[in-house]
Design a protein around this ligand. Structure first.
Ligand code: EPU
Length: 336
């Protein structure tokens, strides 16, 4: 181990990941401040670099022959407050759900539908996490980063981040270029419930406080989504595909019960439904399986390698393609 109290570097180290894939990094570094990260930048030159959050959206198919970075920058700081809202600055290394819980305790609203999403604050801004009708892009005002090439601190406003469904510029053109150090969220001081997705309203039984919404969402997620501590997984393995309207109309003739959501560029169809209809829900391929309560989730039944999970995902994609003529793509980042 090298580094002082504020930075920890280890070699040939297991990389934390919720899929519970056994995989090592040549070097694994955790840092506690922007200054520490800036000091690390010269050491990254010419090496393969991967910045991880909670490891909850990654599938490693082999050991990582480079340096893996992880932020331990914590803390919530109030930057502005008025009667309507607060602007808070949160360290990228904070566990996302700890932030949601703390926000509710302090009477800040807007994030409650995103309760229990695994991962950390930094990744929330890269991935544009979303659930139950809310996406984190609706709360983000600015994202603070360090440029991993120059060491410079850069602050990007929401529009620059080019947020889209489970995507941002940090996942696209700028992939790997910046490390998020802090995220600035604007939260409301009055609670406005968003209950229209799924049957959240029905579960609430009339109690529409923010705390009740959080409790219901936690309960619904626990019922459907496997706990990674018990069975390795990375939440939704695939994104829900968007198909052109004409293709949707044609499919609907054959499958009138197909669920769908209208979106700007076509019609979104739940990949979980497509997978279930293709006969893969609950099915295993070696030590990897499609979860039996939510077909969008692939699980490690114990001892699976990344290649095992990838092989399963390819079989699932091929089945959906064959039955529906729709290509589905991973939401998780596959790291080879
Ligand atoms: N469905 C099936 N079979 C399944 C799974 C789903 O028929 O095995 C159908 C459901 O009946 C429902 C529809 O598909 O009609 C949608 O299902 P659900 O509400 O569970 O949502 P999802 O589209 O499967 C998305 C997100 C989840 C998020 C939920 C709730 C993506 C890729 N996934 O899943 O996010 O929690 O909506 O908002 O958009 C994650 O990103 O890791 C994640 C869990």
């Amino acid at each position: 181990m090298v580094g002082g109290d504020s930075m920890k570097s280890t070699f040939n180290t297991q990389i934390p990941n919720t899929f519970s894939i056994s995989v090592k990094a040549e070097e694994y570094v955790e840092y506690d401040s922007v200054a520490d990260l800036q000091n690390l930048v010269p050491r990254l030159d010419g090496r393969r670099v991967l910045h991880i959050g909670g490891g909850s959206n990654l599938l490693f198919t082999r050991d990582f022959d480079g340096i893996v970075l992880h932020s331990r920058i914590l803390g919530i700081e109030v930057m502005e407050a008025d009667v309507r809202s607060v602007l808070v600055r949160v360290g990228a290394g904070m566990v996302w759900d700890d932030f949601v819980a703390e926000a509710l305790r302090r009477g800040w609203y807007g994030a409650e539908n995103l309760s229990l999403i695994p991962g950390e604050v930094g990744a929330s801004a890269v991935q544009n996490i979303g659930a139950y009708g809310v996406e984190v892009k609706d709360l983000i005002e600015r994202v603070e980063c360090v440029d991993l090439q120059s060491g410079e601190v850069c602050v990007f406003d929401n529009a620059t981040c080019r947020y889209a469904y489970r995507s941002s510029i940090f996942k696209q053109e700028w992939r790997g270029r910046y490390a998020v150090t802090h995220v600035q969220y604007r939260l409301s001081t009055t609670f406005v419930p968003h209950l229209d997705y799924g049957n959240i309203r029905a579960h609430l039984e009339g109690d529409t406080t923010a705390e009740a919404v959080r409790e219901v969402i936690i309960r619904v997620r626990r019922e459907k989504l496997p706990d990674p501590v018990v069975m390795g997984n990375a939440g939704s393995f695939f994104v829900n595909p968007v198909v052109p309207r004409e293709q949707f109309e044609a499919l609907r003739q054959t499958y009138p019960a197909m669920p769908f959501y209208e979106v700007d560029n076509g019609v979104k169809i739940p990949a979980g439904w497509l997978i279930e209809q293709s006969g893969w829900k609950g099915r295993a391929l070696g030590p990897a399986a499609v979860h039996d309560r939510q077909a969008l989730v692939l699980v490690n039944r114990g001892g699976a390698t990344g290649e095992d999970v990838l092989r399963l995902s390819e079989a699932v994609c091929a089945a959906v393609q064959q039955k529906f003529g729709i290509s589905i793509h991973p939401e998780v980042n596959v790291i080879g």
